[in-house]
Design a protein around this ligand. Structure first.
Ligand code: AMP
Length: 538
């Protein structure tokens, strides 16, 4: 067979050629804007030409700090289709982490939403590689800013060439994108996506037995475009000619429900916090969401009760999936096998609440105490994955060796697998707390607490939370001389300057000692159980 390279260029060209009248619908700071794929394609080419004029070269990393909107989607293709690397940066991280990420990736140019400008101004003096800042705004003028040299996105586009030629001679293994993921401790770790990996991952999103995205769909990715490429939906949607609805900045559940109704959305994707918010909105106001084929939910476990309410009360099908930044992300999807379908909804729910089946194209093993676990839904082991859209390393990072061994990615997720091959996540080995789809490092907060001169030891654990899925609770043991004197307020004041606000523990408990294992490690499972017991009593 022929060895033709799999490139993102083919995706955008297909949208331009076959679906020029299909639309990208973008909610921005000033309202809803609509572009046909023809117009969007021309804008994307203008952007590529403008970036090239600014000095963008093959292999350069170009950072984006942006919400989900048409300009971000333009960057998604303009950058990799010119041979450069689209580096999406999480705008919710602390300034220290954003600064580390930009320097580690050596971003040459940053494309920034106007509301993210203050964050970048704060760290501008630390950014070693950035040669130009481009502000994405609907306004005709640039906001007041100390960023330098700074450019206005739409002005650059006006000067750009709408027929700029994309690269079709790239190596399919060349980097197309990158994204950083939080680590158990310390700085985030970079994952690089190749053209080939992204194309094959997009193909998997189109399979009927996974998410089955097609031209007929109207897709609304709520999951941020800075979070594993909005789970790859924007790429697949462009390739397949799917109408896209991009929800823009500061959306609320009401805005999402209205968009779903008015644009007749068929598929949407987000973390459980998003869907719990939507559920609340549906409880208070009436919307016609009958076009929705399914809501895709991942990032954290989808609560069983939530799935049931969507499906039984609102007749909105739900699809539970699992993946991670390192896996592009789609790896496991909960679809019911034909012969497992029954009239008994609770039985169906047992399947839907699991993370699901491995998607075609990937390989998996689950390593327990004594080798690979039995398919009995009981024995637990760590999930390891490999395949063409699974990362093989972290970008310039020694921590590669902790997760990548013998050609496998060790996910850090502890799972069981039943007789039919359905995977269920039961725990994680990484000491991270996932709050509303974003990570909090318990170890980093513990280290900060233990640096307080009156704290002897501290452990931070995740407790289940209705809205955010998990929230941190800190347990501290105060030094003898400070007992009864050090109070919560003082500890919060101490932590506040060091962390983003949403990282601060929901509560601080004072203990006499932290339970430990025989080798002196914090016994977090016991601590979690103890806290949950106390919460029940309250
Ligand atoms: P991220 O790289 O931020 O996308 O996070 C990936 C991690 O989120 C996984 O390793 C899991 O720990 C967790 N995760 C993702 N999807 C699910 C899910 N459906 N259920 C439970 N945990 C999940």
């Amino acid at each position: 067979m022929m060895q033709t390279p799999l490139l993102l260029t083919q995706m955008i060209e297909r949208a331009e050629k076959y679906f020029p009248q299909k639309q990208v619908i973008s909610r921005t700071e000033s309202g809803i804007q609509r572009f046909t794929y023809k117009e969007w394609g021309q804008r994307t080419r203008r952007l590529a030409s403008a970036l090239t004029k600014l000095g963008m070269q093959e292999g350069d990393k170009i950072g984006t700090l942006a919400w989900n909107h048409h300009r971000h989607l333009e960057a998604y293709f303009a950058i990799p289709c010119s041979g450069a690397v689209l580096h999406t940066i999480n705008i919710r991280l602390s300034p220290q982490h954003v600064s580390y990420i930009i320097n580690n990736a050596e971003d040459q140019i940053l494309l920034i939403d106007s509301d993210v400008v203050p964050l970048i101004e704060k760290i501008q003096h630390e950014l070693n590689s950035v040669k130009a800042y481009i502000i994405m705004t609907d306004s005709d003028t640039l906001p007041e800013t100390s960023l330098h040299p700074v450019y206005h996105y739409e002005t650059l586009l006006k000067e750009g060439d709408p027929s700029f030629a994309f690269r079709d001679d790239l190596d399919e293994n060349a980097p197309a994108g990158m994204c950083y993921t939080s680590a158990t401790t310390g700085n985030p770790k970079g994952v690089v996506y190749s053209h080939r990996g992204t194309v094959l991952h997009s193909l998997s999103l189109g399979l009927t037995d996974t998410t089955g995205i097609s031209e007929r769909d109207v897709a609304l990715p709520v999951v941020p475009m800075f979070h594993v490429n909005a789970w790859g939906l924007p790429f697949a949607a462009v390739w397949f000619g799917t109408t896209q609805v991009l929800p823009g900045p500061y959306f609320t559940p009401k805005i999402l429900a209205e968009l779903m109704e008015s644009e007749k959305v068929t598929v949407s994707a987000g973390v459980p916090t998003i869907w719990l918010g939507l559920l609340n909105e549906l409880e208070s106001n009436t919307y016609d969401l009958s076009t929705v084929r399914y809501l895709l939910c991942g990032g954290s476990a989808a609560p069983r009760g939530m799935i049931k309410t969507f499906e039984q009360k609102y007749n909105i099908p739900f699809m539970h999936a699992y993946g991670m930044t390192e896996t592009s992300p789609l790896a496991v999807v909960s679809v019911t096998k034909s012969y497992l379908e029954t009239e008994d909804y609770e039985e169906q729910l047992n399947i839907k609440a699991k993370q699901g089946l491995l998607v075609p194209g990937l390989e998996m093993k689950i390593i327990g105490k004594d080798g690979e676990v039995k398919w009995d839904g009981q024995e637990m082991g760590e999930l390891a994955l490999r395949g063409p859209w699974i990362a093989s390393e972290y970008y310039k990072d020694e921590r590669t060796q902790d997760s990548f061994r013998d050609g496998w990615l060790y996910t850090g997720d502890v799972v069981t697998i039943d007789e039919e091959g359905y995977i269920k996540i039961v725990d994680r080995t990484k000491d991270l707390i996932k709050s509303g789809g974003e990570w909090i490092s318990s170890v980093d907060i513990e280290n900060a607490l233990m640096a307080h001169e009156e704290i002897f030891e501290a452990a931070v654990v995740a407790v289940p939370h209705e809205q955010w899925q998990e929230r941190p609770i800190a347990c501290v043991v105060v030094k003898e001389q400070a007992k009864g004197k050090l109070d919560k307020q003082e500890i919060y004041e101490f932590l506040r300057p060091q962390f983003a606000k949403w990282w601060l523990p929901d509560d601080i408990l004072f203990l006499d000692e932290i339970p430990k294992t025989s080798v002196g490690k914090f016994l977090k499972r016991a601590l979690r159980e103890q806290i949950q017991e106390n919460m029940k009593e309250v």
